[in-house]
Design a protein around this ligand. Structure first.
Ligand SMILES: Cc1cn([C@H]2C[C@H](O)[C@@H](COP(=O)(O)OP(=O)(O)O[C@H]3O[C@@H](C)C(=O)[C@@H](O)[C@H]3O)O2)c(=O)[nH]c1=O
Length: 183
């Protein structure tokens, strides 16, 4: 397993060691001790989530605030996504900057999104299954988000904007400025 640092502090791209043989493959999808050794971060995951989406579905940009802020370790089990996180830590040198990583079933990459980041992904293949671990429980009242198409963030989602499929909730998310002014 390797953990690659990124330009956003505490954000890591994890590449597991994959053992292939005549039966197929095996890899450790999470190992708390190795994660600590490689990243220096101690995480205590308490909830696992899984979603399935068609090509063009965009989920995000989401976060939970306050006591329910979540760090997430995300990956793709089937299909492919462009995964994006945005640094919303006001004391961070990279506040407002984002990072995009292509996660696929084939590359088996994982993305560690720390607390204090908004997170989202766009689905690049039909029947994509997305899976992630969270270090805090879901709390509806702590949910927040930022519009995926915010002009300040200017995220390249790699698919034509008019083909994207969003939930009603995600279509109503505020701009980066509106969110930042209130938090
Ligand atoms: C996130 C979540 C949702 N739900 C419920 C609420 C709702 O009825 C239904 C679907 O929720 P959503 O539309 O918010 O699902 P979704 O848009 O997939 O939300 C997820 O998006 C990605 C980008 C993230 O980073 C996640 O943290 C999470 O916010 O599932 C839970 O019961 N537990 C959870 O942890």
């Amino acid at each position: 397993m390797i953990a690659k640092e990124t330009h956003l502090k505490d954000c890591f791209v994890i590449e597991p060691t994959v053992f292939e043989d005549a039966r197929g493959y095996f890899f450790e999808s999470f190992n708390k001790a190795k994660f600590l050794e490689l990243t220096g971060l101690e995480v205590d995951f308490v909830q696992d989530n899984q979603s399935k989406s068609s090509k063009g579905v965009l989920r995000g940009l989401h976060l939970q605030t306050g006591d329910f802020a979540q760090a997430k370790l995300v990956r793709v089990i089937e299909g492919a996504v462009l995964d994006v996180c945005v640094d919303l830590r006001k004391d961070s040198d990279t506040y407002g900057q984002h990072l995009s990583v292509v996660l696929t079933a084939a590359n088996k990459k994982q993305f560690f999104v720390p607390k204090g980041f908004a997170h989202g992904f766009v689905v690049l293949e039909d029947d994509t299954i997305f899976s992630y671990k969270c270090d805090e429980y879901y709390n509806k009242n702590s949910e927040a988000g930022i519009a995926y198409n915010d002009s300040t963030l200017n995220i390249d989602w790699q698919l034509p904007m008019e083909t994207l499929i969003l939930s009603e909730k995600d279509q109503a998310l505020p701009s980066f400025k509106t969110y930042s002014d209130g938090n």
